[in-house]
Design a protein around this ligand. Structure first.
Ligand code: ZN
Length: 285
């Protein structure tokens, strides 16, 4: 079984500090929080950024600022969002790929998300996949229900996504698939057998899905984007706290925690030296 890749979803584009005072929002805070999570065991940092009013924003200079601060301190894999939240239009969403990250999120279709619709038509997905292919960025295929796997396999058959296909099962979103062990087994049965997969359980489901994934060979995403509570009634105080719990579970199961280099090998990533962060414009702090 491969070492366990722990991804940390550092801040997200949904809730702000009104939800939890522990959310990092400036580039310096986001980089510091990601680094602390790395020390606790995270190999991958999934990044969103915020503007000065703490709203989600798709700002290349801010992404580069976080990535370059991280790179000064560790070799963590940077995974940029292509669905930043806030006011970003579908035309703007692929823009983070201009930075040619090693890894980027790829919401793999359409779904009701609570009161809104997450819109991922096949033409949009083809365009996003083509942009990722051209940037040599590995898509993290974010699967919120089983129909999205069919779309991913179709794009792979069209030559737009290369093996190994890397799936992130995002479970427990209102409107999406449930965060249960049975659902993980079902989704896993639909993907190519050599595909690495990970689980991000949203909210209180996070621990259940991580517990199911670790002995099955899956990987795990946690972080303040996905859950603000550590346990019932108790806010998580940091991303590192959430990551450290997953690392402890892995140890109990006898599964080593992946380094960033392990993650690059398992996911087939191009390496940090081939990203465009260093060349990007200097950013605000
Ligand atoms: Zn995200």
């Amino acid at each position: 079984m491969d070492p366990l890749i722990i991804s940390v979803a550092v801040t997200g584009g949904e809730h702000g500090r009104e939800a939890t005072p522990h959310l990092p929002v400036t580039p310096a805070e986001i980089a510091e929080s990601a680094y602390e999570a790395h020390v606790a065991g995270a190999a991958v940092a999934h990044l969103h950024v915020r503007d000065d009013a703490e709203r989600p924003v798709h700002d290349l200079a801010r992404y580069a600022s976080v990535a370059n601060r991280l790179r000064e301190r560790c070799d963590m894999v940077v995974n940029l969002t292509t669905d930043p939240g806030g006011e970003t239009t579908d035309e703007e969403r692929p823009r983070s790929l201009d930075l040619e990250p090693e890894l980027a999120s790829f919401d793999a279709g359409t779904m009701s998300w609570g009161e809104r619709v997450m819109d991922g038509s096949l033409p949009f997905l083809r365009n996003l996949a083509t942009r990722m292919r051209d940037a040599d960025t590995k898509p993290e295929l974010e699967v919120f229900h089983d129909g999205m796997i069919g779309a991913c396999l179709q794009l792979a058959a069209e030559g737009l996504i290369a093996a190994p296909l890397y799936f992130q099962f995002v479970l427990g979103v209102p409107g999406g698939a449930p965060a249960t062990a049975a659902e993980i087994l079902h989704l896993r049965s639909l993907i190519p057998p050599d595909s690495p997969w990970s689980v991000a359980g949203i909210g209180r489901h996070s621990l259940v899905t991580a517990m199911a994934a670790i002995p099955l060979g899956g990987h795990v995403r946690v972080g303040l984007e996905d859950q603000i509570y550590y346990r019932r009634g108790e806010l998580a105080t940091s991303n590192a706290q959430l990551v450290a719990r997953i690392a402890r579970l892995a140890e109990e199961f006898g599964r080593p925690v992946a380094t960033p280099e392990d993650a690059r090998r398992i996911l087939g990533l191009k390496g940090a030296e081939r990203t465009g962060f260093a060349a990007a414009a200097v950013a605000p702090s």
